[in-house]
Design a binder for this molecule. Structure first.
Ligand SMILES: Cc1cc2nc3c(=O)[nH]c(=O)nc-3n(C[C@H](O)[C@H](O)[C@H](O)COP(=O)(O)O)c2cc1C
Length: 220
């Protein structure tokens, strides 16, 4: 059982002029075109993590944030397999071994690795849940924002071997490994090899809203 929850700090206003907390360097704050919540701007996916461990209380807060995601029929299909580097080195190594070599290169320094797993059937009747992955992604998004609020960040990864994860952790058939996740306090980009350092410090960019939001008819 993890320790008691720590209350998350209050949200900040969304004014661009407000300084970022030290864990989100100003050049990593999302350069949003419209005023959005500070927490949304402050979430990002680092590859460099400090050695500072993630407390049991912080981890419990992240899981609580995921717990309160919306889901189809309130089925709550998300599951998280958690491996803490210091506390359970064997589980950490097992999960690390499921990642692609590229992801292993930086994720091995994170204090926590996780695997999000989506239940693909409804518990009530066993029927397929077409939204199992959707709702698991929503839970992870909530976790990511809660992490940013605590000065942590998480980095989700598609680069892992789901068949290997299923075998190593004996994940039953109606559950699908969805994403690997590295969690920790973001560290200096200078600690990374040059190629990764460049990716870490590249400007954050997104397609414009007009390319994905269609009003009234497909294609805009
Ligand atoms: C489902 C998913 C899979 C991802 N897979 C990887 C991955 O395997 N390796 C990696 O370095 N980043 C991965 N990312 C991180 C994305 O590259 C990152 O979210 C994107 O570039 C936007 O950057 P930001 O999260 O800092 O805003 C993944 C993100 C998501 C949500």
């Amino acid at each position: 059982m993890l320790g008691p929850c720590r209350r998350a700090p209050a949200f900040r206003s969304n004014r661009r002029s407000e300084p970022c907390p030290p864990t989100t360097p100003p050049d990593h704050e999302a350069p949003a075109d419209r005023p959005i919540e500070a927490l949304l701007r402050r979430r990002w996916s680092p590859r460099s993590f400090t050695d500072q461990p993630v407390s049991a209380a912080a981890l419990e807060t992240l899981l609580e944030a995921a717990r309160w995601a919306a889901s189809c029929n309130n089925a709550q299909p998300w599951h998280y397999l958690i491996a803490r580097r210091q506390e359970d080195a064997a589980a950490f190594e097992a999960l690390l071994g499921c990642l692609t070599p590229n992801n292993q290169g930086w994720a091995k320094h994170a204090p926590v690795l996780m695997l999000s797993v989506a239940r693909t059937t409804f518990p009530a009747n066993g029927n397929p849940n077409r939204h199992g992955w959707h709702d698991t992604g929503a839970a992870s998004a909530q976790m990511a924002l809660q992490a940013a609020a605590l000065g942590l960040q998480l980095h989700q990864m598609a680069g892992f071997d789901p068949a290997r994860a299923r075998e190593v952790f004996a994940i039953p058939a109606e559950y699908d490994p969805a994403a690997a996740i590295a969690l920790g306090h973001p560290g200096s980009a200078d600690a990374l090899p040059e190629a990764l350092r460049q990716r870490e410090t590249a400007p954050r960019a997104r397609r414009p809203v007009a390319e994905f939001a269609y009003f009234g008819k497909w294609g805009g």
